[in-house]
Design a protein around this ligand. Structure first.
Ligand SMILES: Nc1ncnc2c1ncn2[C@@H]1O[C@H](COP(=O)(O)OP(=O)(O)OP(=O)(O)O)[C@@H](O)[C@H]1O
Length: 305
């Protein structure tokens, strides 16, 4: 199956939708996940991400969620651009076309621009979660790999395959981000499920020792709440938001609105105490001066209004 897909979506291929008739030209592969191939394609002067799903059911459920979100009034509006089938050598391949996000992973972005950007990015990610939760969904599989950062710390979620209506069972998860894995809550789609994963994501992004890697596939008795709280205490970059992280991990924040307010207030407080850059680290070199200036402007724009 993989070979068929790789042949069908080779660079330069012309993909014509069977039903809508739109034509896309494949520029390059962006990624290959468990659920499909993702290609950068162009149509006229516009670029898009075209996703061809191997598993029709998973692909369909992602499309259904995206159709709902794309039709709403949130920042997910028009994220889904087209849904169609491509017939290649007699085989029908379903595909969807999404807004292309020209971004970097959070870890790459922080390495390049400095760890203080986590505060801006966290704010924007919480804003996204608030929108998604407001629409009645929980993201489910929130993790570093499922978001891209572009421009001045703009956050975009990708891979909506795990998005679950509130109250249902979480359908896609990644062990270390899952509160059930740590024995710290159920796998029911609640806002607090995403907030737990959000806290792990922040800790993971700031953890230069990559401690979470050692917990993958570990025995249940070898992972617990104390390990996570110790990770917060032991990470100087997380100091500003340690209260937030502790509460999110222990289920003391039940809604993303509440989370957004607490996150913002901790950053504003810390800024009041010590200027724009509450965490000083050796990562911040002179070469980062320009990005710090942008960081300051972005903090001003997004946190203080
Ligand atoms: N809209 C987009 N814009 C830019 N790149 C994207 C976009 N969507 C996906 N990608 C790229 O393609 C990769 C795979 O995408 P995605 O995670 O959605 O696929 P998947 O088949 O559902 O994978 P997984 O196995 O993680 O579930 C991503 O890591 C990202 O690099």
């Amino acid at each position: 199956m993989t070979t068929l897909y790789e042949n069908a979506f080779r660079t330069g291929s012309r993909i014509e939708g069977k039903w809508n008739g739109r034509v896309y030209i494949v520029e390059r592969q962006l990624g290959a996940g468990a659920n499909g191939l993702v290609m950068l394609v162009s149509r006229g002067r516009s670029q898009y991400a075209l996703k061809a799903g191997f598993e029709t059911i998973d692909h369909q459920s992602e499309i259904n969620v995206l159709k709902t979100l794309s039709g709403g009034e949130t920042s997910f509006r028009h994220y889904l651009v087209d849904v169609d089938d491509f017939v290649y050598q007699g085989k029908t391949i379903p595909f969807s076309v999404l807004r292309y996000i020209d971004g970097a992973t959070l870890s790459t972005f922080l390495q390049k621009n400095g760890p203080d950007w986590i505060f801006v990015i966290g704010t924007k990610l919480l804003k996204k979660l608030t929108e998604l939760h407001g629409a009645g969904f929980v993201f489910g599989d929130l993790k570093l790999e499922n978001m891209l950062i572009s421009g001045y710390g703009d956050v975009e979620l990708i891979d909506f395959g795990g998005v679950t209506p509130k109250g249902n069972s979480i359908k896609q998860l990644t062990e270390v981000y899952d509160r059930g894995y740590w024995g710290m809550g159920s796998r029911v789609a609640e806002e607090s499920y995403d907030l737990f994963a959000f806290a792990i994501l922040i800790l993971n992004a700031l953890d230069k020792q990559n401690r979470f890697a050692s917990y993958r596939n570990s025995l249940p008795q070898n992972r617990n709440k104390d390990d996570l709280l110790e990770m917060i205490r032991g990470n100087p970059h997380a100091r500003t938001v340690s209260l937030f992280l502790t509460k999110a991990l222990t289920g003391e924040i039940s809604s993303s609105r509440e989370a957004f307010r607490l996150w913002k207030s901790l950053i504003v407080q810390s800024r009041g105490r010590s200027g724009l850059h509450p965490v000083r680290t050796p990562w911040l070199k002179v070469s980062l001066a320009a990005s710090l200036l942008l960081f300051g402007i972005t903090v001003y724009r997004y946190l203080l209004y």
